[in-house]
Design a binder for this molecule. Structure first.
Ligand code: HEM
Length: 414
């Protein structure tokens, strides 16, 4: 029985809705009455664009679609890292070189190679360095704010560690980091007018990162180092990875690991400050389960898409070949079929089978261990150095069709 309560033009990728509240309260109604619902194209909305799409909102269905790449393709998707609706042909082809947009068997081949750089050993090797950096980031924020002073948590704390972690992982020298961070921030085509990122600016930044990656590859051929670039360059030499695939992987890392982790950390801080019992518990016990609950609560990626490869059925609806589907992780993460009291922020939640890092299929987030390590390290550092931190204003939310972002969060050091 279709959802009668939802207005006709309702689109859960409407930035004007997401701007105010995530998870959307309408998800509860969708999960109950029409868990797979056709959303017709809305004029002027970038969302999943084109001819409309199916909104998939139940945990079980998001998982099903994610784990059946033969039925639901990633290659046929419209671009997520897009530079506007009028993308040049070359740029569309280039999208196919991004891991997130590949299907098996190409995806399997490239993923097997690139995940060599993300082994538990590789992530552990970064731990001491990131631990020290997390302490410095929080210490610097505290020093700049002065005793009892306020500061923007997003720029001073949450942005810094994710960028440094990727730079460390890829082996970007300290002197180049500021410019790479700048390109990385520009590459996500925001729907937020405040950023004034045009298609041209986004595309220029992507071109700069690609050129930079190619130079790094040439460098590592001359002087191998202990980093992921050297691993990938070796695969390139063996003929297993094309050089443009390598370039686009670096580009993807610069986007995938940046905004997502930044928003998880910012939402985590906001959640702690609005749930003081959980912050007290965290400071006392530092439960290892906290990072996963922060990602469930934040759902930094509201939704990703897939495209049906053939006619099929989902949630009682007939899906036609070529139809697009939006997988709403933020809805799945609040599905009461799976989570007791999903509206409760509970850092001891265990088990916590959230889908914030994806629905468990071949595209499951490659950076999950790095992201949870960063979240752990930063909150440990805050609990040590700023246990009395307080909210100093309402968060200013990002206007976006697919990111659950906070662009400013004023806090008072304490
Ligand atoms: C893929 C979320 C951090 C690298 C994904 C996907 C999601 C996601 C939802 C897509 C899964 C799918 O389509 O099934 C997040 C969140 C993060 C985070 C919420 C932070 C809290 C990172 C970090 C890195 C990273 C730190 C690397 C430095 C990637 C890559 C993919 C990916 C390379 C593509 C994997 C593939 O297509 O095979 N992530 N991510 N992510 N993520 Fe993350």
């Amino acid at each position: 029985m279709p959802c009668p309560a939802l207005p006709d033009g309702f689109d859960p990728t409407d930035p004007d809705l997401l701007h105010h509240r995530v998870p959307l309260p309408e998800f509860a109604e969708l999960r109950r009455a029409e868990p797979v619902r056709w959303i017709p194209q809305q004029p002027g909305l970038a969302g999943f664009q084109d001819e409309g799409y199916w909104a998939v909102t139940r945990h079980a269905d998001v998982k099903y679609v994610s784990t059946h790449p033969e039925l639901f393709s990633s290659t046929l998707n419209t671009a997520i890292i897009r530079f506007g609706p009028h993308m040049e042909r070359d740029a569309i082809d280039a999208q196919r070189l991004i891991l997130l947009n590949m299907d098996p068997p190409e995806h399997t081949r490239v993923r097997q190679i690139v995940q060599r750089g993300f082994t538990p050993r590789a992530v552990r090797a970064l731990e001491d360095n990131l631990h020290a950096r997390a302490g410095r980031v929080v210490g610097d924020a505290l020093a700049q704010a002065g005793p009892g002073g306020s500061f923007d948590f997003v720029t001073r704390v949450a942005s810094e560690l994710p960028l440094q972690a990727i730079a460390e992982l890829i082996g970007i020298p300290q002197d180049d980091r500021a410019k790479v961070f700048d390109w990385s921030n520009k590459m996500i085509a925001y729907d937020d007018p405040e950023y004034a990122i045009t298609e041209e600016i986004g595309q220029e930044a992507a071109t700069e990162i690609l050129a930079y990656a190619m130079n790094m590859s040439a460098d590592r051929k001359q002087c191998p180092a202990e980093d992921i670039v050297t691993t990938l360059v070796a695969a390139e030499d063996e003929g297993n990875l094309a050089s443009d695939e390598f370039g686009f992987f670096v580009l993807m890392l610069a986007v995938a690991g940046n905004e997502t982790t930044r928003n998880a950390i910012t939402h985590g801080m906001h959640a702690f400050l609005t749930h003081p019992d959980q912050w007290d518990l965290y400071k006392r016990e530092r439960p290892a389960t906290a990072a996963e609950e922060i990602v469930r609560w934040a759902s930094p990626i509201v939704a990703f898409q897939r495209t049906a490869t053939r006619d099929t059925e989902l949630g009682g609806k007939r899906i036609l070949k070529g139809d697009r589907l939006g997988l709403f992780y933020s809805s799945a993460n609040n599905d009461p079929e799976v989570f007791d009291d999903p509206g409760v922020f509970d850092i001891e939640r265990d088990p916590n089978p959230h889908l914030g890092f994806g629905g468990g299929g071949p595209h499951f987030c490659l950076g999950k261990s790095l992201a949870t390590l960063e979240i752990d390290l930063i909150f440990h550092a805050i609990a040590d150095a700023m246990p009395g931190v307080r909210l100093a204003g309402d968060p200013r939310r990002l206007r976006s069709a697919w990111l659950n972002g906070i662009k400013e969060l004023q806090v008072t050091a304490g």
